[in-house]
Design a protein around this ligand. Structure first.
Ligand code: FE2
Ligand code: FE2
Length: 256
C-alpha cells in the first residue's frame, strides 16, 4: 500500500495565481506521474483558507486524481464550509467534528478533527477522543495510521511547540499506549518536515505544499524564508512496517 501524504495546501480562491494554488496543481501532477500510483492520498489540514470557494477550487485541483483522497481540517479551515463542499466524498460525517475511519487495507486510516475555531493551536475534545478510542478498540489487529493536523510531540522549535496540540494530548497519550496497532500519527501545521515521538507513537509531519519554512530554533527569529515544498510517500511493507520518503516538489521557481 502506498499512501501519498500532502499537507498545508492553503488553497486560496481569492488569489488564483498564488504559490499556494500553483503548488497544489503541481503536487497533483507529481502524484499523477508516480509509478505505481498511490493507493490513497491523505491531506493533513490547512487545505484552504476557510472560504467555501477555496474548497470548490480544491475539489477542481484534486479532480484528476483517480485514487481516493481523505482530509482532516486545520486551523485555517472552516469546518462547515469544508463539510458542505466535500460532503460528496461520503467519508465526511454529516455533523459534529470531522472525524472518520476508512477501512483501507493493509493499513487502516483514522482522521481526527483538532480544529478550534479562531485559534492557531489544536485540541482533541472528549467526543473526538471517544471516537478514536472506540475506533481503535473495534479492530486491534489492523495496522492503523492516524491523521490529525496538530501534532502532539515537541520538536524543539519554540514557535512551533507553542502552537501544537495541547488540550486532549494527555488522554491521547493514554489511548495510544493502549492501542499498539497505531503505526504512525501523521500531521502538518508546522510547515516543516519533522519526525518525533509522543509516548509510544511515532509522529510525522509532512512538508507543506505551500512552501517550507527555513530551520530556526531561535525564538523570535523569522522562519518565513522559503524552502522547497513537498510531500511524503509512506509505503507499507508487510513484515517491516511503514517506510517514508520525502519528495520535494519540482517547481522551477518559488513564489510567495
Ligand atoms: Fe498551514
Ligand atoms: Fe495549521
Amino acid at each position: 500500500m502506498l499512501i501519498a501524504h500532502l499537507s498545508d495546501l492553503h488553497v486560496c480562491a481569492r488569489a488564483p495565481l498564488s504559490a499556494t494554488n500553483v503548488h497544489t496543481e503541481q503536487a497533483v501532477e507529481s502524484l499523477m506521474r508516480l509509478l505505481p500510483q498511490p493507493d490513497v492520498v491523505v491531506v493533513t489540514g490547512d487545505v484552504g483558507e476557510g472560504s467555501p470557494d477555496d474548497y470548490a477550487l480544491l475539489a477542481r485541483y484534486l479532480c484528476p486524481l483517480p485514487m481516493p483522497v481523505y482530509m482532516v481540517p486545520g486551523n485555517h479551515d472552516d469546518r462547515e464550509a469544508m463539510r458542505s463542499a466535500l460532503f460528496g466524498l461520503r467519508y465526511m460525517p454529516a455533523s459534529g467534528p470531522l472525524n472518520f475511519v476508512v477501512e483501507t487495507r493493509p493499513v487502516r486510516l483514522i482522521g481526527l478533527d483538532s480544529l478550534i475555531p479562531g485559534k492557531v493551536e489544536g485540541a482533541l475534545d472528549d467526543e473526538t477522543l471517544d471516537f478514536l478510542d472506540n475506533a481503535l478498540a473495534a479492530d486491534t489487529s489492523v495496522p492503523t495510521v492516524i491523521l490529525v493536523h496538530h501534532t502532539p510531540f515537541q520538536c524543539g522549535i519554540e514557535e512551533k511547540d507553542s502552537i501544537r496540540l495541547f488540550e486532549g494530548a494527555e488522554r491521547l497519550s493514554g489511548i495510544l499506549s493502549r492501542h499498539r496497532q497505531v503505526e504512525r500519527v501523521l500531521s502538518g501545521h508546522h510547515h516543516r518536515s519533522l519526525l518525533g515521538q509522543f509516548g509510544n507513537a511515532i509522529c510525522q509531519i509532512a512538508p507543506p505544499v505551500r512552501y517550507q519554512e527555513a530551520c530556526s530554533f531561535e525564538a523570535g527569529r523569522p522562519t518565513h524564508e522559503a524552502e522547497m515544498p513537498g510531500f511524503l510517500l509512506h509505503r507499507w511493507i508487510d513484515g517491516a512496517g511503514l517506510a517514508t520518503q520525502h519528495c520535494p516538489l519540482n517547481i522551477g521557481m518559488l513564489t510567495r
